[in-house]
Design a protein around this ligand. Structure first.
Ligand SMILES: Cc1cc2nc3c(=O)[nH]c(=O)nc-3n(C[C@H](O)[C@H](O)[C@H](O)COP(=O)(O)OP(=O)(O)OC[C@H]3O[C@@H](n4cnc5c(N)ncnc54)[C@H](O)[C@@H]3O)c2cc1C
Length: 386
């Protein structure tokens, strides 16, 4: 086996093997049906939880493993060897994009109440930041939260709409960003349980790719939650959203790199066996060279990915790693598009057929340069830090 990156350790190989076995047994043979159904069965998430894979980076006292960012990255990259990115994002939103909000800002009581269910896969989480009028521009969000007090006690009342929320339909616990003051960055985070009065799931959204990942619109109409479901300090939500973006973007980078690796593997098999003009496609120099160049770019992006996780593990403040993470997100999102376009090209007409892994990966890759920070926004963020 080729030696791995400078940063990986022997135990990481065991984790990769564990995840590969899980994919081969529990995901790849079944997920075509999940794509039709538009969601990943809860049972599969519970099995991931039972295998100890839903709380790798969370604290051990609530069922997590207390692993470092590198180990967490190994998990995300291994999971992204699946040809069903909708399954991968369902899991990674729960582990790397939503629940870290609770892990980083939760009070001991909040952690004790919700984290065990999260790591077991019984409580599935979602994060609601994007709105119809505000995506890239997080500080433009308009959902409001007003503090109140009455005979039933101290509480918050939320009003507004969230859009494009992954795990929105089938989730149980939502971390919601809402405006708590007039200043542009006066935003706070809240914990909203499914079933809270005034909270409802609107449309389930129909997407180009990530078909087995559920994506929803969330509605807050005088949604009342107890005062102790403020997450973190009032007014610090913008800061915590920006800090959590580092974890989220490394996970999205891992998805991009994992899917590039898988697509190149599938394409190598295809061009070695497919014959045209009296020889295999692999015998055409142009095909060999283009695949080799895409492999070089994928390997380079992977090294940068591991470097970013290593930076996080040095205990630096999130602002100290954000330039690298923004560059990584831009690079990997664009690379996934380039690799999947060419890999699909080399599959010929079959690569355009619904249900083939390469067609699905191509559709699924499109969002990687938009979601979680569009390429232009990432490049601008990095450039402003030069
Ligand atoms: C399938 C899916 C799942 C998602 N899951 C979640 C989720 O779980 N939770 C959540 O909160 N959000 C989620 N999102 C939202 C996602 O993060 C946003 O779509 C993304 O941040 C872009 O915001 P927008 O769609 O409003 O695009 P806009 O902000 O309207 O931007 C549109 C385009 O304009 C360009 N652009 C924007 N700003 C600039 C700039 N400053 N300079 C140059 N060009 C610029 C970019 O090309 C960008 O793609 C999801 C989205 C999708 C599609």
């Amino acid at each position: 086996m080729t030696p791995d990156t400078a940063h990986t350790r022997p135990e990481h190989e065991l984790l990769r093997e564990q995840v590969a076995r899980f994919l081969a047994r529990e995901v790849e043979p079944h997920a075509a049906a999940w794509e039709e159904a538009g969601c990943v069965p809860r049972e599969v998430l519970r099995k991931l939880g039972a295998a100890g894979l839903l709380g790798l980076a969370h604290a051990p006292d609530h069922g997590g493993a207390g692993a470092d960012a590198l180990t967490n990255l190994v998990f995300a990259e291994a999971l992204s060897q699946s040809t069903f990115a909708g399954f991968v994002i369902t899991v990674l939103v729960h582990t790397d994009m939503a629940s870290p909000h609770l892990q980083h800002a939760g009070t001991p009581a909040q952690l004790a109440r919700w984290m065990p269910g999260i790591t077991r896969g019984e409580t599935i989480t979602a994060v609601g930041i994007t709105e119809p009028g505000a995506g890239s521009d997080v500080a433009g969000l308009r959902t409001t939260a007003r503090r109140g007090r009455d005979a039933q006690g101290d509480h918050w009342v939320l009003n507004g709409r969230k859009l494009f929320i992954t795990n929105g339909v089938h989730g149980d616990l939502y971390f919601i960003a809402a405006r708590t003051g007039e200043a542009r960055h006066d935003i706070s985070m809240f914990i909203v349980e499914k079933g809270a009065p005034g909270f409802s799931v609107g449309r389930s959204l129909d997407k180009t790719g990530w078909r087995c990942s559920d994506t929803a619109e969330l509605l807050f109409d005088d949604c009342r939650i107890p005062a102790d479901q403020l997450l973190g300090e009032e007014g610090q939500g913008f800061r915590s959203v920006m800090a959590n973006f580092q974890t989220e973007r490394i996970a999205l980078g891992a998805m991009a790199v994992g899917h590039c690796q898988q697509a190149l593997r599938l394409t190598l098999e295809q061009v070695r066996s497919r014959e045209a003009f009296g020889a295999t496609l692999w015998d055409k120099q142009t095909i060999r060279q283009r695949l080799a160049m895409l492999d070089a770019k994928t390997r380079a992006a992977r090294s940068y990915l591991y470097h970013c996780a290593w930076l996080v593990d040095q205990g630096l403040d999130s602002s100290a790693v954000s330039q690298d993470v923004s560059l990584l997100k831009a690079l990997t999102g664009e690379l996934a598009g380039e690799v999947l376009h060419t890999c699909q090209q080399f599959h010929g007409g079959m690569g355009y057929m619904r249900g083939t892994p390469i067609e699905r990966l191509w559709r699924d890759a499109r969002i990687l340069s938009i979601g979680g920070g569009a390429t232009e926004v990432m490049l601008d963020d990095a450039a402003r830090r030069y």
